[in-house]
Design a protein around this ligand. Structure first.
Ligand code: COA
Length: 150
């Protein structure tokens, strides 16, 4: 049975391995994952089955703007298509909403239909394209979910 929980220190090696499997040379280095773990607290969620990490969702909050962020989402290639990406995102959205955020933002590559489907299904909207967002000459779409809080 797949369970969802806050990431623990001992989960980080597996998370880094999934990051590298997915994003290759563009993955967050281990030290960045560790530092994000230190500042992200409840906003770092993992999906596990039999103690094996299958995926993760990482968020953050810009408190000045009351804006939550989905910073990273990844599911092991062998565990995709079973709803884990959507469940991880939905759970992270709930945690970020509970922090009195006005909106939750994310960016996604325009050619990532499965991620865009998850985000639209959860109510994210927007098709503004920012070019060179990650300083890599690639486009990113910005998507926003309003939380109904002021
Ligand atoms: C994006 C990602 C997290 C999705 O994980 P997942 O566990 O397979 O996602 P889910 O099973 O919850 O949902 C995927 C949805 O996309 C749909 N989908 C899959 N391929 C699709 C395609 N080519 N076009 C449209 N929809 C597609 C699935 O049918 C499913 O929709 P459903 O819930 O209506 O059945 C995973 O593919 C991944 O790790 N990708 C690499 C990292 C990444 O892109 N992260 C997001 C960065 S913004």
């Amino acid at each position: 049975m797949v369970t969802f929980s806050k990431a623990k220190l001992e989960d980080l090696n597996s998370i880094v391995a999934i990051e590298q499997q997915i994003f290759n040379t563009d993955s967050y280095p281990a030290f960045v994952i560790r530092q994000l773990f230190d500042i992200s607290g409840d906003y770092f969620i993992v999906a596990k089955e039999d103690d094996k990490i299958l995926g993760y969702a990482l968020g953050g909050i810009n408190t000045n703007k009351k804006q939550g962020w989905i910073l990273s989402l990844g599911v092991d290639k062998n565990a995709r298509g079973k709803g884990l990406g959507k469940q991880l995102t939905a759970r992270l959205v709930e945690v970020l909403k509970a922090e009195n955020t006005k909106e939750i933002a994310l960016t996604v590559y325009p050619d990532n239909p499965s991620a865009i489907k998850i985000y639209k299904d959860l109510g994210f909207e927007g098709d503004e394209i920012l070019d060179n967002y990650f300083l890599d000459n690639e486009d990113r779409i910005v998507m926003i979910l309003k939380t109904n809080q002021t």
